[in-house]
Design a protein around this ligand. Structure first.
Ligand code: DNO
Length: 398
């Protein structure tokens, strides 16, 4: 697999030379400075590409776009979307013209990945990202005061939520809001409580079926261009894979993915296999999902979570947690080998260590939550070991 690393661009405190030291050769990045819905011009794409390739000694290339974001109006299916579809297609054409041909995107309404604690202490030191269902319920029911929210949680969860809220200080509540917003990439669109309420109001009446229709419409609009330009579109699963704040989520399990990949049956209509996202739902068998959709996986996020009975989960070390990472890597290597044997040129699947614990010197650095250097380096190193061992054992290409 192509070993990749997410780089947030020139503002990222983890620089390209540092990334090279992790052993990664592929860069996963996005033009976060461009507002959602606007065209990524060839000029801007070339500029980013040139930064990545500036020092040939590093041997880095821009492998994957993560993400080419979808404007909220497309998810809402609101008004005349011609301009937004045109812009998205133009960005795809421009990326293809610059030789960047794997695009990751998601279809999560309003929020991206969502946690309730960014620095849950680990035994022995270091911290992890955590989603605590009771703290999330406290946010939803008592800070956001969403009508009907209480019906979405178990009574024991609500009791804990009430207790959390009762003892929380204003600073705790501010921190929780900031934490829930932390998943939004780049520097845009952090909502405050009134802003979030407004967004939720816009989604009133958008059921899972309506959202699915809007995704299908988007796919029908853009897939012809993906085919024409040979761009692999890889939808990213919902994180966590469950409805949040009454908002539907429709990329949460095998059935959802099956629908999406067949509603526009193009080989360019593909999947980002995000083990951590899918793995947070006890009903998902991540390895089985990877095997089922293997031929449409064009990008892999490898990470692990440890689930708790009430729906909470915490990010585990990459080889720890509930997903059998070795079996998952074997499934991906097997698919790679199949592609190679079939004579495909781009048989190699780009992967990146997704998230990482904050360890050692990571603590206190101004990195993006979930994206510290040492924690991810540890993840990549462990995964690299599994890839090397599995490739040798099964006689696969690494
Ligand atoms: C989290 C990431 C997601 C991902 C987007 C893809 O760390 O995996 O934010 O980039 O959902 O569109």
């Amino acid at each position: 697999m192509e070993q990749c690393w997410r780089w947030f661009g020139p503002e990222d405190v983890i620089t390209l030379p540092m990334i090279r030291q992790t052993g990664a050769t592929g860069i996963v990045t996005a033009l976060h400075q461009i507002p959602y819905g606007e065209v990524w011009s060839v000029d801007e794409i070339e500029k980013r590409k040139a930064m990545i390739a500036a020092d040939p000694v590093l041997g880095l290339r821009w492998s994957v776009v993560e993400s080419l974001p979808i404007h909220e109006r497309i998810k809402l299916g609101e008004g005349d979307l011609t301009g937004l579809f045109d812009n998205y297609r133009q960005s795809m054409r421009n990326l293809a013209a610059c030789g960047v041909d794997v695009i990751c995107y998601n279809f999560m309404p309003v929020l991206d990945w969502t946690r309730t604690l960014l620095n849950a202490p680990l035994p022995g030191g270091g911290t992890a990202l955590r989603f605590d269902i009771a703290v999330f319920a406290a946010f939803d029911c008592f800070m956001l005061e969403r009508p009907g929210a209480e019906a979405d949680f178990a009574p024991e969860t609500l009791a804990k939520a009430r207790a959390w809220f009762g003892r929380s200080t204003p600073a705790d509540r501010d921190r929780l809001l900031a934490t829930i917003m932390a998943g939004l990439p780049g520097a845009f669109d952090r909502f405050d409580i009134p802003g979030l309420r407004k967004m939720l109001a816009a989604y009133r009446g958008i059921t899972a079926d309506r959202l699915r229709d809007n995704l299908a419409r988007f796919l029908r609009e853009i897939m012809p261009v993906a085919e024409e330009c040979n761009i692999k579109m890889c939808i990213h699963p919902d994180d966590p894979p469950r409805p949040l704040m009454g908002l539907p989520r429709i990329v949460s399990n095998g059935a959802d993915i099956g629908f999406i990949l067949s509603v526009v049956p193009s080989p360019m209509n593909g999947l980002t296999l995000c083990a951590g996202s899918l793995g947070a739902n006890p009903d998902n068998d991540c390895v089985a999902i990877a095997r089922r959709f293997a031929d449409r996986i064009y990008f892999a996020h490898l990470r692990n979570v440890r689930k708790e009975p009430d729906g909470s989960f915490q990010e585990a070390a990459h080889l720890d947690g509930d997903t059998d990472m070795v079996a998952l890597v074997v499934a991906l290597l097997e698919e790679q080998q199949r592609r190679k044997d079939a004579g495909l040129n781009d048989w190699r699947i780009p992967m990146r260590p997704d998230h990482g614990h904050e360890l050692l010197d990571d603590v206190g650095k101004k990195t993006h939550p979930g994206y510290p250097a040492i924690g991810r380096l540890k993840g990549l190193a462990e995964l690299r070991g599994v890839m090397a061992a599995a490739a040798k054992f099964y006689n696969f290409q690494p």
